[in-house]
Design a protein around this ligand. Structure first.
Ligand code: SAM
Length: 288
């Protein structure tokens, strides 16, 4: 059953770390004048109205993107993120990962957006279609109503084989942690150079089983021996009852210098996201 709706969480601290990382990956792919393909396995609705009842319920964006919007960033990746969100933020909106991809790609690039939830898929399809109609987004965007774990296996490797995958499941079911590791292994068997960004929650002892499943997911991917780092942003103290106290991204085959750029951006923004925030980045398999 699909019950997760990203509108409740749009623009929160988890979106900040995830979207910074995804923008960094896309920017690097754009350095070469050669086409690439982006895949978003769990796309969500594409963009969010922050005064909508769902986003306004807990106003999670207030401790995330609202803080970013108030800054005059020094680091280049944070500055780029700030510029991209400002256009939306001025209209009371926040762009999801599909709109970040659609706004950043060039005419020669491809984007595959997958979303299983029928209502979220309809919203995504409408947003992408209307932006394409108004010629506001670049590249060729394909919207699929399908299971992202099945879809990414069917659609990879892309031709030509440059590109990246964002995997951002709701993790409502514990099985999703295993689904991620099985899927990523299968994709990398056929597409060794694919750059893969996996978002994951950091959960307190209250959700011990899911927390263990998350650690097992990361450990099984590290065993592949492919270059990878994890970057984690914690926003509250990890007490037993804290629930989600932060989140992280595991990046496989990361582009050159993404670690430095992400580190600079998050070291700069983290102190503005709360009194108890911390950020660290760790290489788990280093290719040096
Ligand atoms: C965390 S949200 C995605 C947010 C989006 N990536 C962003 O950053 O803006 C997760 C989405 O995955 C969808 N979903 C859940 N299971 C799925 C599956 N097996 N395949 C594709 N989409 C799925 C949910 O309906 C939800 O919209």
């Amino acid at each position: 059953m699909l019950s997760y709706q990203h509108a409740f969480h749009a623009g929160n601290h988890a979106d900040v770390i995830k979207h910074l990382c995804w923008i960094g990956v896309i920017n690097h792919l754009k350095k070469k004048n050669k086409p690439f393909t982006l895949f978003d396995t769990h796309s969500g609705a594409g963009e969010y109205q922050l005064d909508h009842a769902m986003s306004a319920k807990n106003k999670e964006y207030e401790s995330g993107v609202s803080k970013v919007a108030q800054l005059s960033p020094q680091s280049s990746l944070l500055n780029h993120y700030h510029t991209l969100i400002q256009t939306y933020f001025d209209k009371g909106m926040y762009p999801g990962s599909p709109m970040l991809s659609a706004n950043l790609v060039r005419e020669m690039d491809n984007v595959h957006l997958m979303e299983l939830h029928p209502a979220e898929f309809e919203k995504l399809n409408h947003v992408i279609f209307s932006q394409q109609h108004a010629a506001k987004v670049g590249g060729s965007c394909h919207v699929h109503q399908r299971d992202g774990f099945e879809g990414i296996k069917a659609l990879t490797p892309p031709q030509p084989n440059r590109g990246a995958v964002l995997i951002d499941p709701p993790y409502e079911r514990i099985q999703e942690y295993t689904d991620v590791s099985v899927t990523v292994k299968s994709v990398l068997q056929r597409w060794q150079q694919g750059q893969i960004v996996i978002w994951y929650p950091l959960l307190s002892a209250r959700a011990d089983k899911k927390s263990q499943a998350c650690s097992a997911m990361i450990a099984s991917l590290v065993e592949l021996g492919i270059p990878c780092f994890q970057a984690e942003l914690t926003v509250i103290e990890n007490t037993e009852e804290a629930g989600m106290y932060g989140s992280g991204v595991l990046v496989l085959n990361p582009p050159w210098q993404l670690d430095v750029q992400l580190n600079d951006a998050l070291q700069e923004v983290a102190p503005h996201l709360g009194d108890n925030t911390a950020f660290h980045l760790t290489w788990l398999v280093n290719d040096n």
